[in-house]
Structures are given as C-alpha cells and as structure tokens.
Design a protein around this ligand. Structure first.
Ligand SMILES: NC(=O)c1ccc[n+]([C@@H]2O[C@H](COP(=O)([O-])OP(=O)(O)OC[C@H]3O[C@@H](n4cnc5c(N)ncnc54)[C@H](O)[C@@H]3O)[C@@H](O)[C@H]2O)c1
Length: 344
C-alpha cells in the first residue's frame, strides 16, 4: 500500500516508516526537516520509501504527491510539539498544527484520499479527574499544544461528516525507547524528554538532570507518567491502517501501557540500566505539567488487538540506552570550534 507519512523524518514517524517498509508497504515521507532528520528516513527505508522535503501547508505540493504517487492513506505526524514553547508562542502551534493540517485535509479531499491516521496526544485531557484515563474523559487541554491537537480532532470529525473522511486519532502518552535493532532512535533538538535527558547525562554529555517539581501530591513528590515504547506505538499505526482498510468506523484511541512511573522511579531505573549514578538538581514545578498521566488503552486492546511488546520500563530504557551509546550525538555529529563534539 502507498502511504503518505507527514513528519516521517521525526522520532516516531521514522519508526512507523521502518515498520511499514518491513511489512512491504511503500511509505512516502513529506517532512520539512524542522525537527526531523534525513538520515532517519534513509536508515528506516533501506528498501523502498522515500523522503520529499516540503511542508504540509504547501497545498500544490501535497496535491501533486497525493496524485502522482497514487497515495491511498495518510499518517499525519507532522507537528510542533513542545508544550512550553506552545505557551510562549501559541501562534506557531495554531499555524502549523491546525492551519497546516487543514491544508493537508483539503488536499486529501481534492485528491479523493479519504483515510487518515492522526498523531494526537494525552495533552488533550489536561489535569485528569480519573486515572487511568479513558478516551471519554473530559477534554480540557492545559496548553496551546494540547488545544491545537484537540482542535484538529474536531476538524477530522467535521470532515468525516462533510466529505466522508475516515480517521483514527491516536492519543499517545509518553513515547520512549528506540528501534530494538538499533537503526533509529530519539534525537530531538532541543531535547525535553526525561529518558533521553537522563541517558545523555549518563553519557557525560550533560552535567546533571533538572528535576522539575518535587512537591506534587504523589508518593515521592514527583510527576507520574505512562511510557510507551516507540515500536509499540508504531505497531498501533499499522493496526489502525488495517482497520481503516476494513472500513472500520472513525474513532479515537489512547496509547500507553497503563503503568505510571514517577520521575524519581524513572531516574532509578535509568541508573540501574546504565550503571551510572546520575547527578540530579531539584527545580520548581513547570507550569502546565499535570500530576499524573496514565492511559487506559483497554479500547485499542479490545477493538484492534493491540498488545505492547515492550511494556516494562527497564526494557524501554535499555533499547534507548543502546541507541544513545551507539550514536551519542544522534544523527548529526557536530563539532565546535575547538574540535570537541557538542550537542545542539
Ligand atoms: N514524542 C512523544 O512522546 C509524543 C507524545 C504525544 C504526541 N506526539 C505527537 O507525535 C508526533 C511526532 O512526534 P515526535 O516526537 O516524533 O516529534 P518530531 O519532532 O521528532 O517529529 C515531527 C516531524 O514533523 C516534521 N514537521 C513538523 N512540521 C512540519 C510541517 N509543517 N511540514 C512537514 N513536516 C513537518 C518535523 O521536521 C519532524 O520530522 C507529533 O505530532 C507529536 O505532537 C508525540
């Protein structure tokens, strides 16, 4: 099957590209490389699959790709996704995540492509009132990033009614880990995610980890999150694609493991996996960080038969550690003036 993957040069998108190629589908990646890496696509698609450098908001380009490549479905991962930045610069998030996505949808309608899988987020829920969080939990995003994703979910529903678009929105919790075969992994710049930050600290690339908030109403005072292996996340996209091909109804699924780990528990687990004592600096809470985010993924388990292969935190960290050890500077090794390597 020929599938357009927007954001396929990013962390999660490149894993989806890899898994599609592995099962014989033909992904075509559209990515502006604002945070993604050309090298990630090259490693993910040794056989078939290719990268077109461009923006989802470029309607003539998107229409040309959909038509000339005979695209049958779209997986839409392209977005800006830094919660803090979205609070400081909301317009950037509304332009890219809402307006950009709308251009993509309109091009799909014009080209007669009616199947889309959308990367949504746990941030649509805001501070939860019940945990684990089911899909029908109230939706009250606490930041413009979450709001942009929730708005796009609403747009998908309207496009289903108006134009017969079928969609599956996948609300990811915290993606982590790396391809178990070690080809691709996480290389965000700037890095804001806890596990890669800890691993970079373990490698000596950062002096210490800043731990934001130690006075939350949790057993050890730190936030609790649900970590899902990127390969398990990727498999859910393949199942969702198969469901849309069976004409399954449009819907929304949470994706997490259903286990919550506090930030201190994650630090402890990283120390165990790496054998390195990690210096930690305690810092105040960041605004907009919910206390606990843990998914109920009962719906996707029951309806699509999704099962995580790597549910244990230690396994997730171990695959990420392999990747970080092999590629400590990610896809691009850069050197500063004195010839020393540095992280940008
Ligand atoms: N990483 C997580 O834990 C997490 C959790 C919840 C939701 N998500 C969502 O999953 C998706 C992928 O996240 P990720 O961690 O892989 O991020 P990423 O930054 O690694 O990937 C995003 C990709 O989209 C590309 N992109 C951005 N805007 C674009 C545009 N206008 N046109 C073309 N390409 C564009 C970037 O260059 C990048 O390759 C995002 O939509 C994100 O909001 C991620």
């Amino acid at each position: 099957m020929k599938i357009l993957i927007t954001g396929g040069a990013g962390y999660i998108g490149s894993q989806v590209v890899l898994d599609l190629c592995r099962r014989g589908d033909e992904p075509v990646v559209l990515d502006n490389l604002s945070t993604g890496h050309q090298e990630a696509v090259a490693r993910a698609c040794v056989s078939g699959g290719r990268l077109i450098r461009g923006d989802v908001a470029d309607r003539p380009l998107v229409e040309r790709i959909l038509g000339e490549e005979e695209i049958e479905a779209v997986i839409h991962l392209a977005a800006d996704s830094l919660v803090g930045e979205s609070t400081e610069n909301p317009g950037k998030y509304f332009r890219n995540n809402i307006s950009g996505g709308l251009v993509l949808l309109d091009a799909m309608v014009a080209a007669g492509v009616t199947k889309i899988i959308f990367s949504s987020t746990a941030a649509v829920y805001g501070e939860p009132s019940t945990v684990p969080i089911p899909e029908d939990h109230p939706l009250q995003p606490a930041n413009p990033y979450g709001f942009s994703k929730l708005t796009f979910e609403g747009i998908l529903t309207a496009y289903e009614r108006a134009y017969g678009m079928s969609f599956i929105s996948l609300r990811y919790f915290n993606a982590a880990g790396a391809d178990p075969e070690g080809k691709i992994g996480e290389d965000h710049r700037p890095e804001t995610h806890l596990i890669p930050l800890l691993l970079q600290t373990a490698l000596g690339l950062r002096e210490r980890l800043r731990l934001f908030g130690t006075d939350y109403p949790t057993p050890d005072g730190t936030c609790i999150r649900d970590y899902i292996h990127v390969a398990d996340l990727s498999q859910a996209h393949l199942l969702a694609l198969d469901a849309l091909n069976r004409d399954a109804a449009s819907t929304v699924y949470n994706l997490g493991n259903g286990n919550g780990y506090s930030n201190r528990q994650v630090i402890e687990a990283v120390q165990q996996v790496t054998g390195v004592d990690i210096p930690v600096e305690e810092a105040p809470r960041r605004p907009g960080d919910p206390t606990v985010l843990v998914a109920s993924s009962a719906k996707i388990r029951a309806e699509l038969g999704w099962r995580p292969r790597f549910p244990r935190l230690e396994e997730i960290i171990a695959t990420a550690w392999e990747w970080h050890r092999r590629y400590p500077h990610g896809y691009r090794e850069e050197r500063n003036c004195s010839g020393e390597r540095e992280i940008k």
